[in-house]
Design a protein around this ligand. Structure first.
Ligand code: SF4
Length: 466
């Protein structure tokens, strides 16, 4: 019998609900051997009967209950080469997106993506900028970058790799994505293990070891491999993931309606007369390492240009964006000018740091622009997987001295690339979710300011009249 896992806190349980629909791939290579000092019990594997019965129940359930999703659409004859490649591309894009966010959010992104780049060859001709724009809001832009690199490499080779081993040679495709594409599109009998599968299998076998340990991950890959159906590997893999996403939820599993409840060891342990075990004790929760706290000064530089068109006064707004370095966090993405600062800095020192940074852009603010105002907008805490970034946001409002020509330079001759973006195109510009939040904060701040400015003269007028 499996030993009882560590007790868990309610906070940890709440955190684990994020696993419900996001694909969280596991990373240990399936080929990694079990540590020599670790022997496996016969109970740690599925017997032939057990595997057959779990497989049959899962497929029966999946045939009736699978959700209709755009990437599950069949393309005419399933054996045609092009149809398989198309399916492989769709599975690939959807799986990468599902690693970022929930199914409901992914559907809209997926449909837009497929409309723009319906085949891997269309994607291969896209630019990184276009891909970033399309990915905007999904987060973790490295994945989008890898999708593009992968598409270019497939287009260069002239064919889509057709098995998991070859697929793992494409940039950005790991064990999880390779297994998903190979089994769903090319019918190869290989397993797929994401966070949902880890949870389902940990409960089916009441596995109480740390799900992040490489030996546990290897064990779960082996068990998933035992379950893979030779004739319908893609459906079986999707059924396991679907069960984890819709029935075997992290905190509130629906065991009453579960198609594999008869084979679930965690459930039978929880039903023992004096048992204090709950199915949600499996897999045991892993305490995350502490995120480091960082601080940044962010300056939203807004340039207004006034002109006259058809005897009408027109004001246009432009935002200054700078490009992040090509390596590291959020590589190659556009953002508002930002500098890291110490924990307790006052407004003055933050502005000094920012001024130094802006000077490096070789944009002559004094020469080319008039400073109208510089105000503190507020703070925003952005959480990355390993960093909590507290951003102090300010708004610098400028007007042009010599018209729009000054905004066209695009910062070619300095180390950091920069550009001015018209406010009408800010919505479609590929910004990270943190920068998008800063942009929205600033817009709110400006509209409050403008309504106060309108209110004040009205109030003054009222006072004068009374
Ligand atoms: S019986 Fe409950 S815990 Fe076991 S697999 Fe089904 S939903 Fe999950």
């Amino acid at each position: 019998m499996a030993s009882k896992p560590n007790p868990q806190t309610s906070t940890q349980l709440r955190r684990s609900t994020r696993l419900t629909s996001k694909r969280i791939p596991t990373t240990t290579p399936p080929s990694q051997p079990v540590p020599k000092n670790k022997t496996r019990d016969i109970e740690d594997c599925f017997s032939q009967d057990e595997a057959d019965s779990v497989r049959a129940s899962l497929l029966r359930w999946y045939d009736v209950n699978q959700r209709e999703l755009p990437w599950r659409r069949k393309h005419g004859c399933g054996c045609a080469g092009d149809a398989k490649e198309r399916r492989a591309y769709e599975v690939w894009v959807s799986e990468v997106m599902l690693q970022q966010t929930r199914v409901a959010t992914v559907v809209a992104y997926y449909n837009r993506w497929m409309q723009r780049w319906p085949t891997v060859h269309c994607l291969a001709n896209a630019s990184q900028e276009e891909v970033n724009e399309m990915w905007s809001g999904l987060g973790y832009y490295r994945r989008a970058r890898f999708l593009l690199e992968g598409a270019k490499s497939i287009a260069k080779e002239g064919r889509f790799p057709r098995n998991a081993t070859e697929l793992r040679g494409i940039p950005g495709i790991g064990n999880y994505t390779a297994g998903a594409i190979a089994s769903i599109a090319f019918n190869e009998a290989v397993p797929v293990v994401d966070g949902n599968v880890v949870r389902v299998i940990s409960r089916l076998k009441a596995i109480s070891s740390n799900p992040k340990d490489s030996s546990t991950v290897k064990h779960i890959w082996d068990l998933a491999g035992q379950l893979v159906d030779k004739s319908r590997p893609g459906d079986l893999n999707q059924a396991l993931m679907e069960l984890g996403a819709t029935i075997c939820m992290p905190t509130n599993p629906n065991c009453t309606n579960c198609p594999v409840s008869d084979q679930c060891r965690a459930l039978s342990l929880s039903r023992l007369e004096t048992s204090t075990i709950k199915v949600t004790d499996f897999p045991p929760k892993v305490i995350k390492s502490k995120q480091r706290l960082e601080f940044a000064a962010v300056c939203v530089v807004l340039v207004q240009n006034d002109s006259c068109e058809n005897q009408k006064h027109v004001t246009e707004n432009f935002y200054l964006l700078v490009k992040r370095p090509e390596n590291g966090l959020l590589a190659g993405l556009w953002e508002f000018p930002s500098v890291l600062v110490a924990e307790r800095t006052d407004v003055e020192s933050r502005r000094k740091e920012m001024d130094k940074y802006l000077k490096n852009l070789k944009l002559d603010f004094g020469e080319e622009f008039n400073l109208v105002s510089r105000e503190e907008v507020g703070e925003y805490l952005h959480i990355f997987s390993h960093i909590r970034l507290r951003m102090h946001v300010e708004l610098m409002l400028l007007t042009t001295k010599g018209g729009l020509n000054q905004l066209e330079n695009q910062g070619q001759d300095c180390q950091v690339a920069w550009k001015f973006v018209h406010d009408s195109t800010m919505e479609s510009t590929g910004l990270t979710s943190g920068i998008r939040k800063v942009y929205n904060m600033t817009r709110e701040f400006r509209s409050k300011q403008m309504s106060t400015n309108i209110q004040e003269p009205k109030n003054k007028l009222k006072r004068m009249r009374s």
